[in-house]
Design a protein around this ligand. Structure first.
Ligand SMILES: Nc1nc2c(ncn2[C@@H]2O[C@H](COP(=O)(O)OP(=O)(O)OP(=O)(O)O)[C@@H](O)[C@H]2O)c(=O)[nH]1
Ligand SMILES: [Mg+2]
Length: 464
């Protein structure tokens, strides 16, 4: 056992949670097409496992053993190929890659030969899962690989890169170690109370509060992480005919939604995705909100209202050239405390009704001639970035799973604090600390169940 493994093993045993419930480690060789299915310049097939080299040699009829970590050209299929000897490879096993022309037919033909030579088709994320099981990366790092593949914004990619380098793992492991150290101190004081004496409740309390404070500071970034991961859910709302659909089209730079001079044009919600600077918006145009004149419109307005509930950001469009209506005032009043930008449109027709500055920033625009759109984009960025998304942020929790683990750790630690307060026997506290450490350990995969792994790696594509 390596030093790192040994340390993990010891602390896990100390915690009494050596119940991995894992299937035995697979010894077979897997293969998959690693590039997207479609027409492309090149296509790559990846093989991993003990028979990788043997399969590669048989496939390309190579008699001489190729050197590891070198690329070769092969006349057979006109391919480039290489192999990486374990453990110096992505998966930690012997890995072979064949690079060929990027056509689906070519790739499938070669893959089927590889399977014929004894490889098994890989499951989703199985290469990265093997990297995890072989100790090449921890679970948070594996998730960062997925983040890099799926990330759409620069900040998300940057944060995923930091996570892949182990930044988050280091921080979480430090908290984990503190929890373990506390358990050890308590247990030592129970076992050898004559020599060591008991650990003072004040010291325990102080240490737990310290851990909780850091957990809280990480949890505070979870909303920013969700926005980076999924984009900012943005709803365009307002009365009929104020220019909501025009706004969607202007931001998208294309005539996506139907725009007419008739109030009640948009009936259904319409979702699109666009980027402003480093931020991805999932933006929805909605039906104008008023007393509906028919059943279809009524249904559309219901959808608009539920879109308001789901949104991270609300663009409230109003017609600045006319007075604000009573209904608009009521709607605005309901948005107190939300992230709202008031888009005061049609200023080319004059400015009579500028409302809502107590609810959100008011930006004057004339969407029909593009006036003020640059300013609006800047305000959108400001409001979104105000939610704690900064490029240089120390830690941003990028996955819902990490948030959930930290919430569980927080719950256990809070329970521990309570048990100190009501002076329960100190060994009861160790139960809460164990739970907290287990939850923290789940972030990096020190202690996880097969189900958690299946869920994490099930989100990957085949071939990664
Ligand atoms: N003068 C002027 N007209 C505008 C401006 N922006 C939009 N319009 C016009 O206002 C009308 C309504 O625009 P839409 O974008 O369809 O408005 P909407 O809010 O989506 O309307 P509904 O879908 O009916 O709720 C159209 O005739 C647009 O051309 C503007 O800045 N100035
Ligand atoms: Mg519309």
């Amino acid at each position: 056992m390596s030093n790192v493994e040994n340390k993990n093993f010891c602390s896990l045993r100390l915690m009494g949670i050596l119940k991995f419930n894992m299937k035995p480690y697979p010894q077979d060789t897997i293969a998959a097409i690693a590039t997207p299915i479609g027409e492309g310049g090149i296509g790559i097939i990846r093989i991993s496992g003990p028979d990788s080299l043997k399969i590669l040699q048989k496939l390309l009829k190579i008699t001489k053993r190729p050197t590891s970590h070198r690329v070769y050209y092969s006349k057979m299929f006109h391919v480039k190929h290489f192999w990486d000897k374990a453990p110096r490879s992505y998966t930690g096993e012997d890995v072979a890659e064949v690079h060929c022309h990027g056509g689906v037919g070519v790739l499938r033909a070669i893959l089927s030969q590889i399977v014929g030579l004894g490889a098994r088709l890989a499951e989703r994320g199985e290469f990265t899962k093997r990297a995890f099981l072989n100790g090449k990366i921890d679970l948070a790092q594996a998730e960062a690989v997925l983040g890099l593949i799926k990330g759409k914004s620069g900040i998300f990619v940057e944060q995923s890169t930091r996570q892949l380098k182990g930044h988050l793992s280091e921080k979480i492991n430090a908290l984990y170690d503190r929890a373990i150290a506390l358990i050890a101190a308590i247990e030592a004081s129970i076992d050898f109370s004559d020599e060591i004496g008991s650990v003072s409740p004040r010291r325990l309390e102080k240490e737990i509060l310290g851990i909780l404070k850091i957990i809280d500071s990480y949890l505070a970034t979870a909303e920013a992480g969700k926005i980076l991961r999924e984009g900012v859910r943005t709803a365009i709302i307002g009365a009929p005919n104020v220019g909501k659909s025009t706004l969607l089209n202007v931001l998208l730079g294309e005539e996506r939604a139907i725009v007419t001079k008739h109030p009640g044009t948009t009936r259904d919600t319409l979702e699109e995705q666009l980027s402003i600077g480093d931020v991805v918006l999932k933006i929805t145009d909605t039906a104008g909100i008023r007393e509906a004149v028919c059943e279809i419109e009524k249904a559309g307005i219901e959808r608009a209202k539920s879109e308001i509930d789901r949104a991270d950001l609300i663009l409230f469009v109003l017609d600045a050239s006319s007075k604000i209506s009573r209904q608009e005032k009521v709607l605005l009043g309901k948005l107190k405390g939300r992230a709202v930008i008031i888009v005061a449109n049609k200023i080319d027709l004059g400015v009579r009704g500028l409302a809502g500055k107590e609810i959100g920033r008011v930006v004057k625009v004339s969407l029909i001639n593009g006036k003020g759109v640059g300013g609006l984009k800047r305000v959108i960025l400001k409001v979104v970035l105000g939610k704690g998304i900064a490029n240089d942020a120390d830690v941003i929790l990028l996955t819902a799973r990490h948030k959930e683990c930290l919430l569980r750790a927080k719950e256990s630690l809070s329970r521990g604090l309570q048990s100190i307060k009501i002076k329960q026997p100190v060994d009861l506290l160790t139960i809460d600390l164990r739970d907290a450490a287990a939850a923290l350990g789940e972030v990096t995969g020190k202690a996880v169940t097969e189900q958690v792994l299946d869920k994490v790696f099930g989100e990957f594509c085949v071939g990664k």
